[in-house]
Design a protein around this ligand. Structure first.
Ligand SMILES: Cc1ncc(COP(=O)(O)O)c(C=O)c1O
Length: 399
């Protein structure tokens, strides 16, 4: 690999299970068959379009790999990230359950046309977010006519707040970090009778986050059409915040391909490495404090309970990267032809791949060779355009 060698930490999951088929217990969280239910909803939402799959053919030679496929979520629903697939879908499924007594089986088109507004106007929902999940829930709440409250911790940028508020959601600022905002959101919901539409699950709360994870499986419907040979993918690099996204990816591949599934590598910022620490410890480990990183979407200190159930034995490796790797990757992707817009968290998957490819030891540990066919998710575009411009146009990433 030409160019810089990025410092990183690599953890091997000592209890990764590559000998057994996907356990039935985990199928009840996410499985390939969930796609059928998702397909009856998500493609019918406004502005649905398949997102592109790019082949990073300029990087695969340089990285010494056979192929790198980049699923580019920067245009998803005009929301700018893959999170558009989760929150709005889970909100629909919740409304379906909540309204069944009054309406019978709810019709999505009728809901979108506002036929149930007199009911949905009295169903307030809320969530905590680093930015992207909240945008999805706020968008869904606007589509379906629910009052919406979005909790932002003190480090979420102004630009991300504005994007959420533009959908009419009320913003609640919380002191502390992401995990503090999750707890405040839950406590206020209990007090004010709101339903939390969260992407992370915790003790006593899992039905809705499970639907969020299932919503992400739509990516595989698109990939099945776009990838020349999905079964031939050898490695998947997936950014982890609370771990719901990598767990959904892991569950889907494990269910589809069993012991022949690709190796799953979670990528996290060094300062918010809760999946890394949990994999090393063999049990959930929480990180506290500010978790200072430009990868805002990944600045989570506690693994989602449901995600951990899958990642515990399903994740093969975790790589913790620093901000400079993410910033350089954003610039590198912007220089790709055609140009790829990847936000800080969106670029982290390729940044993790770049970091390990530049280290002979890490490459060997992961079994990356010129025959490897790697899938990476570009999970967000310029979700904070001002920050994106500052980083990509050469100013120091800490500026
Ligand atoms: C752009 C982006 N990528 C990846 C993730 C990680 O997803 P998860 O928190 O489900 O692990 C997030 C989470 O917010 C995100 O915003």
């Amino acid at each position: 690999v030409t160019g810089p060698a990025f410092p990183h930490r690599l953890a091997v999951n000592p209890i990764a299970d590559r000998l057994h088929p996907y356990p039935a217990l985990l199928k009840s969280i996410v499985q390939a068959d969930d796609l059928r239910n998702v397909l009856s909803v998500t493609p019918h939402l406004p502005n649905y379009a398949q997102t592109p799959l790019a082949s990073l053919s300029d990087l695969d030679g340089e990285f010494g790999l056979g192929a790198i496929y980049y699923k580019d979520e920067s245009t998803r629903f005009g929301l700018g990230s893959f999170k558009g697939l989760g929150g709005a879908y889970a909100l629909f499924r919740f409304l379906e359950r909540a309204l069944v007594a009054e309406t019978g089986a709810i019709d999505l088109d009728a809901l979108l046309q506002g036929k149930f507004r007199t009911l949905t106007a009295h169903i307030p929902v809320s969530c905590a977010t680093d930015g992207n999940h909240g945008r999805s829930v706020a968008w869904g709440a606007k589509l379906f006519g629910c009052p919406c409250y979005v909790y932002l911790h003190e480090h979420v940028s102004e630009g991300r707040e504005q994007a959420i508020a533009a959908f009419g959601a009320r913003i609640v600022r919380v002191n502390g970090n992401y995990d503090d905002s999750v707890r405040q959101c839950q406590a206020d919901a209990e007090q004010h009778g709101r339903t939390v539409i969260s992407d992370t699950s915790y003790e006593g709360y899992s039905e809705i986050p499970r639907d969020v994870m299932r919503g992400y499986t739509l990516l595989f419907h698109e990939l099945a059409e776009q990838l020349p040979d999905m079964a031939g993918i050898t490695h998947v690099f997936v950014q982890a915040g609370v771990g719901a996204f990598p767990a959904a990816v892991c569950g889907f591949f494990w269910d589809m391909y069993g012991t022949k599934r690709p190796k799953l590598i979670c990528v996290e910022p060094v300062n918010a490495d809760c999946v890394f620490q949990s994999v090393v410890a063999g049990q959930p480990k929480a990180i506290s404090g500010e978790m200072n990183t430009i990868m805002a979407g990944l600045a989570c200190g506690e693994v989602s309970m449901l995600a951990w159930d899958i990642l515990r034995n399903g994740c093969d490796f975790v790589v913790a990267i620093d901000d400079e790797a993410a910033a350089q990757t954003m610039r590198r992707l912007a220089a790709h032809r055609p140009a790829i817009t990847a936000g800080e968290s969106g670029a982290a998957g390729v940044a993790g791949l770049w970091s390990v490819c530049a280290s002979a030891g890490s490459r060997e540990t992961l079994g990356l060779t010129p025959l490897s066919r790697v899938l990476v998710f570009g999970t967000e575009g310029a979700t904070d355009p001002e920050l994106y411009t500052r980083i990509v146009h050469g100013l120091p990433s800490s500026a």
